[in-house]
Ligand binder design. Structure first.
Ligand code: SF4
Ligand code: SF4
Length: 128
């Protein structure tokens, strides 16, 4: 459920205020090395959005990890940044085509039973 910038999910013990993202500067898109998983369908959509071939897109932006696809990162100021995070304004440069992993954050299954950890990691999260 969404009301203006407040987002709720029935079975999650917290809500998310997307207004917090402006001041936060993309904390969830940078930090320690991680994985930004994407499906082959998402890869196709992202390549189409960038008007480049699937192969060229994959070469430039995607790495394989144990047979799965993850977006590449780059290192700046000792942080790993998703390759689609603008390092100046900290916005996602492929926002409308970002993978489901990004679309569903911070409502990930693993946080449902561990709301304290996500409330510490994401300034937009408030416990109910
Ligand atoms: S960590 Fe939370 S508040 Fe910050 S950009 Fe990500 S979703 Fe927004
Ligand atoms: S695709 Fe966009 S939303 Fe997802 S991690 Fe990269 S910059 Fe963040």
């Amino acid at each position: 459920m969404t009301s203006n910038n407040l987002h709720y999910h029935n079975d999650f013990p917290y809500f998310f205020n997307s207004n917090a993202c402006v001041a936060c500067r993309g904390k969830c898109c940078r930090g320690q090395r991680g994985y930004i998983w994407l499906s082959r369908e998402e890869l196709q959509e992202m390549a189409k959005a960038r008007s480049i071939s699937l192969n060229a897109f994959a070469r430039q932006y995607v790495r394989q990890v144990n047979g799965q696809l993850s977006l590449k990162e780059r290192v700046m100021n000792n942080e790993h940044l998703c390759c689609f995070l603008d390092p100046v304004d900290h916005c996602c440069t492929i926002y409308n085509y970002r993978p489901e992993q990004c679309r569903t954050f911070p409502f990930w299954k693993e946080f449902k039973d561990d709301p304290e950890s996500i409330s510490l990691a994401c300034p937009g999260v408030s416990l109910l």
